[in-house]
Design a protein around this ligand. Structure first.
Ligand code: C2E
Ligand code: CA
Ligand code: CA
Ligand code: CA
Length: 279
């Protein structure tokens, strides 16, 4: 038993070392990724449940890694947050989204809004709001065409500073969304104190919303709460027509999920929109 214990321990430390080596390697590669232009934004459309039109898209980052393939954010965003690289990545995301909005000017897609994700760590950057303003100005984009999605953690940490950052962003005209709404530990009081424009109901409430009475009660309550506060609501992770119908019946404003489209490169989104296959 003793030997076995030791073997297990060795195996464990070797595994840890391997993971540590891998992490360091990835961190090194991450430091080159921006310069090598390896990041790309994919876009997932949001369906307006009143008009039946695609009115906005969420930009989701991917890393086209030179030999590991296309990496999802879960594989590098936490690392980027730890190492502080997230600041530069966030700046790139905002700039790339503004460039895309500029490319859509004068086209069939000119009405689209783009939502970008910012992690709480990015609010540490005191130049964030200036950077966003500069990016919008450089591309001649009206601020209300840009949305910023933030998770509830920003209501818990550095509340004063975050409220100040978000107020400045909101004064600029940028729309603010609370992402993954309902899964955080935040008190609802913050909805009163922060300049929020929309709530995104977390996918975990949507997955079984047609099967579980509790989930349907929660989505209905969130939708009513949001509307009474003058906010719009987006349901995330909509995968079935039954979910879409239920949410529309509850008065939800928009839906996003694989039922409508997976996140895709801009060119693919344009094709789908032109083909009318999303509406
Ligand atoms: P999120 O903001 O909650 O994004 C939604 C995630 O759910 C996306 O995963 C999307 O591909 C996935 N999804 C969308 N519809 C469905 C569906 O119907 N079913 C299922 N099962 N999944 C669906 P993705 O692209 O892997 O992104 C994961 C997370 O990474 C995002 O969660 C966001 O928190 C973060 N992230 C993505 N892009 C960025 C970025 O540019 N900056 C930062 N800081 N974080 C980002
Ligand atoms: Ca999001
Ligand atoms: Ca989300
Ligand atoms: Ca999420």
């Amino acid at each position: 038993a003793k030997d076995q214990g030791r073997n297990t321990y060795q195996f464990y430390t070797e595994g840890m070392q391997e993971r540590e080596v891998m992490r360091l390697e990835l961190e090194k590669e991450l430091s080159q990724a921006l310069a090598n232009n390896e990041f790309v934004l994919h876009y997932q459309p949001q369906l307006n449940l009143n008009s039946g039109e695609i009115t906005s898209v969420e930009a989701l980052i991917r890393w086209q890694h030179p030999h590991r393939g296309l990496l999802a954010p879960a594989e590098f965003i936490p690392l980027a947050e730890e190492s502080g690289r997230i600041t530069d990545i966030g700046s790139w995301v905002v700039m790339a989204a503004c460039r895309q909005l500029a490319a859509w000017k004068g086209t069939h897609f000119e009405h689209l809004r783009v939502a970008v994700n910012l992690s709480g760590r990015e609010l540490d950057n005191e130049h964030l709001v200036d950077h966003i303003r500069d990016a919008l100005n450089a591309e001649g984009i009206p601020p209300e065409r840009l949305e910023v999605e933030l998770t509830e953690e920003i209501f818990i940490q550095n509340i004063e500073r975050n409220r100040d950052q978000l107020s400045r962003l909101h004064d600029l005209g940028v729309h603010l969304a609370i992402d993954d709404f309902g899964v955080g530990y935040s008190s609802l009081a913050y909805l009163r104190d922060f300049p929020v424009d929309l709530l995104k109901i977390d996918r975990s409430f949507i997955t079984e919303v047609t099967l579980r009475h509790d989930d349907a009660v929660i989505t209905r309550a969130v939708i009513n709460l949001a509307h009474n506060l003058g906010l719009r609501v987006v349901a995330e992770g909509v995968e079935t027509q039954a979910q879409l119908d239920l949410l529309r019946g509850q008065g939800c404003n928009m839906a996003q999920g694989y039922l409508i489209s997976r996140p895709v490169p801009a060119a693919e989104l344009e094709q789908a929109l032109l083909g009318g296959t999303l509406e």
